[in-house]
Design a protein around this ligand. Structure first.
Ligand code: PLP
Length: 339
């Protein structure tokens, strides 16, 4: 294989050698098998296609300083996809199958794990689909669980720079007691219009307000949101937020640093009292925020007057990256080393 230009890879899809699949049929999960085919055979009446029975995960593998491959927080993703499955009445993938499939997909595509120091990583995308042919609205009896991987470049090509985000009240990502807390493909479909609108206006993401009252902060595009207020890490808690594993990890690192963590309702007005803010998720770890523009009221919250990422956000980001890359001790046991 000709050497890939790791540092300039996009966050796109680059074909790899194998993907891994496991079917649920006749009330049981079958074997975990690798294939070189990058298409799937699916009945045109499958529930995933008509009624949105589709859930997914996103995690990464990194080549460490010591040359070893580390998968970050595999167990958390295994747990979360089970919660998503229960949320829309799909068959939960047993944790052992999830682990086996992810590790197999990484191992068999080892040559696509970017080298240490490139800033790139191997993105891992597990997904589950309802497969039974039926036109009545009811859960599928057959499922496909699969894992594909693709190398992705460093998220911050221009460096770790704050961007502007906006608040818009014309769109909701999810309903108050809807599917927001699960990683369901349909949530993304529901967010595309708002995302496009924000991008057209020059913003990197939409900071959603809670869909019930539009009083509290919710998610930031397809990522969680956190802020630093008077030395504390504050992050919105609500029934419509997807529990981000990155957010959970950053909270733990903050506590390790002696920073108090508050997970609670955050009224919109509190944005005028924060010193730092960022969106957080697997893709970027943390994307710092410069300004937040409320497009309906015209109010502008300037989080970073000098356009630099805040010191606490930067430290949290560096510490998490160091654990992923095997540069810092993995004191909480977050990495799975692929032997
Ligand atoms: C996946 C996702 C996140 C980020 O979760 P991580 O586990 O940190 O990658 C946040 N919000 C939404 C809506 C998501 O789908």
């Amino acid at each position: 294989m000709k050497e890939l230009d790791w540092a300039n890879l996009a966050f796109g899809y680059l074909p790899t050698d194998y993907n891994v699949r496991c079917y649920f049929r006749d009330g049981k999960w079958g074997p975990v098998e690798a294939t070189t085919s990058d298409t799937i055979n699916i009945h045109m009446a499958a529930t995933s296609l008509h009624y949105g029975q589709e859930i997914f995960e996103g995690l990464k593998a990194f080549r460490g300083k010591d040359g070893k491959i580390r998968i970050f927080r595999l167990d958390e993703n295994a747990h979360r996809i089970q919660e998503s499955a229960k949320g829309i009445l799909m068959e939960p993938v047993p944790e052992e199958i999830f682990r086996e499939a992810v590790i197999k997909a990484v191992k068999m595509n080892e040559r696509f794990v970017p080298p240490y120091g490139s800033g790139a990583s191997l993105y891992i995308r597990p997904l589950e689909l309802g497969m039974s042919a039926q036109v009545g609205v009811k859960p599928s009896t057959e499922y496909l669980f699969m894992v594909l991987v693709t190398p992705v470049g460093p998220y911050f090509k221009e460096g770790f720079r704050p961007t502007n985000i906006c608040i818009m009240r014309d769109y909701d990502r999810v309903a108050p007691k809807g599917t927001g807390r699960w990683k369901v493909g349909g949530n993304y479909a529901a967010s595309l219009m708002a995302g496009e609108h924000a991008h057209d206006l020059g913003y990197s993401a939409v900071l959603y307000l809670d869909p019930r009252e539009k009083k509290y902060l919710d998610e930031c595009g397809p990522a969680n949101f956190f802020a630093i207020k008077d030395g504390k890490y504050i992050t919105p808690a609500s029934e419509s937020i997807l529990p981000s594993i990155t957010n959970k990890s950053l909270q733990q690192i903050a506590r390790d640093m002696g920073i108090e963590v508050e997970s609670r309702h955050i009224p919109l007005e509190e944005l005028s009292e924060i010193q730092e803010a960022a969106a957080c998720g697997t893709a970027a770890v943390a994307s710092p925020v410069a300004e937040i523009h409320d497009l309906d009221t015209g109010k502008k919250y300037v989080v970073s007057p000098d356009g630099e990422p805040g010191p606490i956000t930067t430290e949290l980001y560096n510490r998490l990256r160091a654990i992923q890359l095997g540069e810092a001790d993995d004191i909480h046991g977050w990495n799975t080393i692929v032997e």
